[in-house]
Write a protein that binds this ligand. Sequence first.
Ligand code: HEM
Length: 528
Amino acid sequence: MGVLFQVLIFAILGCFLYIIWRILFSCWILPARAYLKLKKNGFGGPTPNFPLGNHKEIKRISREAAAASSSTTTNTTTSSSSGSSKISNDIHSTVFPYFSQWQKSHGKVFIYWLGTEPFLYIADPEFLKEMTTGVMGKSWGKPQVFKHDREPMFGNGLVMVEGDEWVRHRHVITPAFSPANLKAMPSLMVESTTKMLDKWTALINSGNQEIDVERAITSTAGEIIAKTSFGISYENGSKVFEKLRAMQITLFKSNRYVGVPFSKLMCPKKTLEAKKLGKEIDALLLSIITARKNSNDGFPQNDLLGLLLKENRVDGRLGKTLTTRELVDECKTFFFGGHETTALALSWTLLLLAMHPEWQNQLREEIREVTGDKEIDFSKLARLKKMGWVMNEVLRLYSPAPNVQRQAREDIKVNELIIPNGTNMWIDVVAMHHDPKLWGEDVHEFKPERFRDDPLYGGCKHKMGFLPFGFGGRMCVGRNLTTMEYKIVLTLILSRFSFSISPTYIHAPAIVLSLRPSHGLPLVVKPL
Ligand code: HEM
């Protein structure tokens, strides 16, 4: 009995010590090792504290920036219905105040810490080029530390998968976005946009001239992606959207301590809530996919789901196919990645065009030249050149995807430096898009003509300095679809309405995963 008891005590003690060792190893020893390796390479950065890393400082700087900007809100709010001179496009220090502050002391490449996770911050395009040259798309990882938060949103969809799995997913999905396959989509886009604009007319006729265009466009972009991805109505798709939105707010608006050991246990309610919403979305999407697979008429629709099902790309016997479970995750990715970013690109465009009525006129003129007062001919969209410049300039100033993330899956050599396997990277797109050294002293001005002689890079002094759709093999798969939607929706809006900024608009861009206007975008809209 006594011996048995002793063995039991030793076993319990052994387990306890093992758990303590595991915790110390992953929370302290591993991060300390990574820290030393990065330090040895000469990277500087703000001093971290265990176990919060730089979270405290991030929160302090954000608080101070918010207080400073709220005291100047009255200044940035427009003073007249058409006035806009006080809205500043210089947004980096508002949306990423801590990076903006740290850049001043540590330069454009440094290390900061989210909890016990070191991140290499990069806002230097030359460093980015050196680092990424020779690393294939499939060799990049996505930071493990974000996966927990992003999993309910994107599952194991294209945005999250890595290695050979990423190659398989990308191989299956890319053809669905080819220009030939997108041909069926413009009519769906016109239908949804016309419905939105008819509502605007009705609102105006009933004496209401102010419209929150961000809300309206987000809803329309949702309807468009629901139709172009799944051939379903907005009414059916809206259930998915409501849950996705609720999940986004739960995950990204709360005070979560990402990277801090056991931080998930600190907000168990939110973690469970996000998991529950994720499961509900999966069930809804699975029922849509199953209904399509079981439908007698095969997969006639040319929406993204139809294209993937038709070509035996799901549950097929060929090696390069997706399982139904994987397709659910891809659908979630299209739903989320596909509507919010496009809606934001359009919303920020309307803000900038409201500030620059001369550009509204220039675009209207171009539309007339290209369409000749007829309905839009989709084969002519590429001829809307100025609209292309405007789109690029908006994506530069207000990039809906404000950063790109990577994690090294092997040691990466950059000249004499070694970035160790496992290092997280945060590429600050907003910083590079607002860097006067890359764009000139007029960097914060809305000047679409930058892209006249250099349509791809807008005269940026470095080709890696303009990254609205990311870079390398993992560049956005939906950019053709988005450009088509952008040009169609904007053409229809400009053909029917002119708009100026409402006096109630408050300029407060903020990051909630994407770059959004915090208080919507009320515009004064007038029929032409
Ligand atoms: C203005 C609109 C859009 C912007 C600004 C945007 C931006 C981005 C960015 C920055 C990335 C990350 C690239 C990287 O990691 O290097 C990305 C990836 C991706 N985007 Fe978009 N996107 C837009 C529209 C869309 C649309 C309409 C869809 C689909 C319906 C879509 C689907 C995806 C997918 C699936 C990926 C992951 C690609 C991969 O990792 O292989 N995006 N996007």
